[in-house]
Ligand binder design. Sequence first.
Ligand SMILES: [Zn+2]
Ligand SMILES: [Zn+2]
Length: 228
Amino acid sequence: MNCLICFDELQVGDTWFSFLLPTYTKAVCAHCDQTLQRIQGVLCMCCGRMQATSSSESEVMCEDCRTWRRLADPLRCNRSLYIYNDEMKRHMNRFKFRGDVAIATAFGPELRALFWHSFRDYTPVPIPLSAERLKERGFNQSEVLADLLQVPFQPLLARRHTEKQSKKSKWERMNTENPFFLSNEVVRGKKYVLIDDIYTTGVTLRQAASILCKYGAVEVAALTLCRG
Ligand SMILES: [Zn+2]
Ligand SMILES: [Zn+2]
C-alpha cells in the first residue's frame, strides 16, 4: 500500500490502526499526516472555527457568526476537518485543478467519521458547480467528497455562472443575486447538510442554505473539508 498523498510505500507503523479498526484504514504516511492540521479544541458553535480561548465553555460563538445571526442566518452550523494551511492548499490544488481525485480518498475515513458524529440524521447535498465550470474542470469536487460519505446524497441544487465578486464584503454579497436554484424537490421537514471543499467566508454555503430553507428544509448545516 502507498500513501495517497506522496505515494511513498506505507510503513507497518503507519497502518497499525487498520488492524484494530478495519473501517478506519490509514491511507496516509506519518510524514503527510503531520501536515494535516486538524480542527479541534474549543470551536465556534456555529461556523466551527477554532477559538483562542482557554475557557472550558462549550457554547462559544465567534464575532462573525453573531453578525450572521442578527441577519437571520439560514445556516445552522458548519464543521470542517482541517485548517486550510499551505500544505492543504497544495493538496486542494492537485484535487481541484489537476483532477487528482484519488487524493480526496485520503480524507474519506475522517470525513465519514465527522459526518456520523455530527450529521448522521442529515441528508448530504453537494454544492454544485455551474455548467461552465463543470465543463472546464470535468468533475465536481463536492460530489467527490459527498461520495466519500458512503450514504446516498441528493443533488438538489444547480448554479448559475457568475463572476467572482471579491470586491464586495461578505455581508454585501449575501444580498446580491443568489447563484443557486432548485433542481430537485426538497422534502419538507427534512434536515440537509451541504458538502463543500472549503468554508471561507460562508457566503456561498448560506446562499445555498437559504434556497433549501425557502423550499421546506427544516434545518441546513454544512460539512466542509477545510476551514479557511
Ligand atoms: Zn505520504
Ligand atoms: Zn463562527
